[in-house]
Design a protein around this ligand. Structure first.
Ligand code: CO
Length: 138
């Protein structure tokens, strides 16, 4: 068994005030393959998936009044990188190892089903170089 806990970079999520503009930027200016917008009310976001050869970018726009993306956008007027997502083989084992090392898991600490229909957890940005980290079991 490998000693490495995290695997591939699954995606980088970028929060934006205007999903239509962000989509046009990635599709037309950068020439990337982008999906149609998908509304995820449980997650408080509308998302566009940008497919790159080696990873994905997710463009996030707040959906609903209590979207967790809203406070982030209040602090970041131009939008910005909201989180990065690493793949893990076993999310519960990863969580327990991280907690044992003092890392804080957000929410109630139990995995929930993320934007790709797979279990995810989020780790406190203050414990990870100022970056919100998502773990996704693949
Ligand atoms: Co994500």
């Amino acid at each position: 068994m490998s000693d490495h806990m995290i695997g591939r970079l699954n995606h980088v999520a970028i929060a934006t005030h205007n999903l239509e503009q962000a989509t046009a930027l990635y599709r037309d200016t950068l020439g990337a393959k982008v999906s149609a917008p998908v509304s995820l009310p449980d997650h408080g976001v509308t998302v566009v998936f940008v497919e790159l050869p080696n990873t994905k970018i997710e463009l996030l726009e707040p959906l609903g009044a209590d979207s967790t993306i809203r406070p982030f956008l209040e602090r970041n007027a131009a939008g910005g990188i909201h989180h990065i997502c690493y793949e893990v083989d076993d999310i519960l084992s990863a969580r327990d190892r991280l907690k044992a090392k003092g890392a804080r898991v957000l929410g109630d600490g139990e995995p929930r089903i993320g934007a790709h229909g797979k279990p995810v957890l989020f780790l406190h940005p203050k414990d990870f170089c100022g970056t919100l980290v998502e773990l996704e079991q693949v």
